[in-house]
Design a protein around this ligand. Structure first.
Ligand SMILES: Cc1cc2nc3c(=O)[nH]c(=O)nc-3n(C[C@H](O)[C@H](O)[C@H](O)COP(=O)(O)OP(=O)(O)OC[C@H]3O[C@@H](n4cnc5c(N)ncnc54)[C@H](O)[C@@H]3O)c2cc1C
Length: 525
């Protein structure tokens, strides 16, 4: 293959970058080793930052978040829910931090206002009844998968090519200039060489390893791991932040029909190995109790971990990820390593994905001597054209207004209201995909029953359509259940144990999934 620009990494940064590059008229190819947003961008907290979280600790990031928050509400409407947010001082917190909160917010140009505690409790009746103070901010929630898909579809409309399940294995040079990358097709099991004029490394917590493929050593992107837990209800409608210095478990984010408590921040050696420890789970549940008394009594559905791509900050210790800056860094490998045609970008937030792309593509254009301005803030992605901001009732509305007589739409996943039509059009869009590829797009199996009922229905549909033979169908079902189980195991307590037992009876007791016909090799992707 031959192209102008290769973008490595299909997370939010890479998706923003490929869109920007394509909109500026370059030929471009995006390479992602797994599915889109399968790295950090699919394993994060879901908060569209107002900037409030950083007004004291990192005002520059706070301002960027506030500005991008407003832009994303225009260009990614289908992925964003404008829930609003509250910063609250609970009965366990002292008021020192909150005393400086408003002044810091105003200085960073982050819209914020103090509201009476009675009003905060009216909006969110489950909050600690002894709150001391409350501030409203413009937090929202953002579906990382929808946002990434939106940017990628926009890029495709501008002619970009997207290669998922392709891993970059080498970055080649002619003299001191990068001129090609070698990628391995993970599903087709073959190597592809892509000749190019420029490479943009958007590898998130893997960006350092990717830079090494071009012999650029010592790029220290430190994985700062955080765990999150989804609870089976929206216990709040606003994003709830504890009004204290950023700490563990200080934010609850309502996302689709659930809410998510998070997060921790500890250094990991390997971004591919992120264990979820029992004491961290307990710490999150305790933190939830401080904000919402009785938090532990709701059912914990699923836990997961992601790794922040934090660029090493010489001011803090190499393992103190909580205090590393959240801002973005562009690494110019011509200045740093004498390697032309390669830039790396890491850090930042999902909320600032568009701005990160603008910055790195501006630098690339400057190096190429091209004057092509960025237009990504002016144009909505295709899925967001003519669409209002996402609202929790949208799927129900779609099912009710589908034109058929009520009740004729087959619902495959009741928790997330996934219809057979939605499921099949997604299967059409990801030929050769597995059930997790489908899940990431329509949230199959992500609600309260965690795939107990929908997983076998979806498998049967894939088989009946002729997408897979019986052995691969079983393999896909087992892979899907295995991946769900990874996130269930750390939070098995209380009512969730009963749900897990029910799901197990269905899968093992009734369907005997363990002994269904299987392919000779275990299905792994
Ligand atoms: C716990 C946690 C909570 C967070 N909460 C929020 C939040 O609420 N709001 C917010 O705005 N931000 C949040 N963030 C930050 C945000 O999620 C990240 O900044 C953002 O997702 C990073 O995106 P990225 O594209 O740079 O990295 P990634 O999403 O990790 O993308 C990098 C991609 O590179 C791919 N890759 C790696 N090696 C190769 C290779 N050799 N070949 C091809 N592809 C490769 C990976 O598979 C991956 O998909 C959170 C982060 C964490 C960890």
């Amino acid at each position: 293959m031959k192209t102008d620009v290769v973008v490595i990494g299909g997370g939010s940064t890479g998706a923003g970058v490929i869109r920007d590059v394509a909109m500026r008229g370059f030929d471009a190819v995006l390479i992602e080793r797994g599915d889109l947003a399968q790295g950090t961008s699919g394993r994060y907290h879901g908060l569209l930052h107002s900037g409030g979280r950083y007004v004291v600790s990192d005002p520059e990031s706070a301002t960027e978040c506030a500005e991008e928050n407003a832009i994303l509400k225009r260009i990614n409407t289908n992925a964003v829910e404008a829930t609003g947010g509250l910063f609250v001082v609970t009965s366990q917190d002292d008021e020192e931090y909150s005393d400086g909160f408003l002044a810091a917010a105003h200085a960073a140009k982050v819209p914020a206002a103090e509201i009476p505690v009675s009003e905060a409790l009216r909006r969110e009746p489950r909050l600690d009844p002894h709150l001391k103070r409350a501030f409203e901010v413009e937090d929202g929630t953002v579906d990382g998968w929808q946002m990434v898909w939106g940017a990628v579809r926009s890029a495709q409309a501008y002619g970009a090519q997207i290669l998922t399940y392709h891993r970059v294995t080498n970055i080649l040079r002619e003299g001191n200039r990068v001129n090609a990358v070698v990628v391995h097709d993970e599903r087709g099991d073959e190597d592809v060489r892509i000749e190019c004029g420029f490479v943009l490394n958007c590898g998130g917590p893997w960006a350092g390893k990717i830079a090494e493929l071009a012999d650029c050593h010592g790029v220290e992107v430190v994985p700062g791991v955080g765990i999150m837990i989804a609870m089976n209800h929206r216990l709040s409608h606003n994003v709830i932040n504890r009004c204290i210095h950023p700490a563990d478990g200080d934010i609850i984010v309502p996302v689709h029909p659930v809410c998510i408590i998070g997060t921790t921040d500890v250094h990991a050696d390997d971004a591919d190995d992120l264990p979820i420890l029992h004491d961290q789970v307990q710490q999150m549940l305790d933190a939830g109790e401080a904000l919402i008394p009785g938090f532990r009594q709701s059912r914990a559905l699923h836990a997961w971990a992601g790794a922040r791509p934090l660029v090493k900050d010489s001011r803090v210790s190499a393992t103190d990820t909580r205090h590393m800056a959240r801002g973005m860094s562009v690494i110019d490998h011509s200045a740093r390593d004498g390697v032309e045609g390669l830039l790396s970008i890491a850090g930042g937030k999902l909320t600032t994905y568009r701005l990160m792309a603008e910055r790195v593509v501006d630098i690339m254009c400057e190096k190429m001597g091209e004057n092509r301005p960025c237009r990504t803030a002016d144009e909505a992605v295709p899925a967001a054209e003519d669409t209002h901001l996402y609202a929790i009732g949208h799927r129900l509305e779609d099912v009710e207004n589908a034109g058929d007589a009520p009740g004729t739409q087959k619902i495959i996943c009741e928790c997330e209201l996934v219809t057979q039509e939605m499921l099949e059009s997604t299967m059409d869009a990801v030929p050769g995909g597995n059930l997790d590829d489908v899940r990431r797009q329509v949230r199959l199996g992500m609600g309260p029953c965690q795939g107990g009922f929908c997983s076998q229905r979806a498998t049967a549909i894939a088989y009946e359509r002729g997408d897979v033979d019986i052995e691969r169908a079983t393999g896909l079902l087992r892979l899907f259940l295995k991946n769900r189980w990874i996130g269930l195991w750390p939070i098995l307590y209380g009512a969730q144990v009963r749900q897990a037992a029910l799901d197990n009876w269905i899968h093992e007791g009734t369907l005997d999934v363990e002994h269904l016909p299987q392919p000779e090799e275990e299905v792994v992707r």
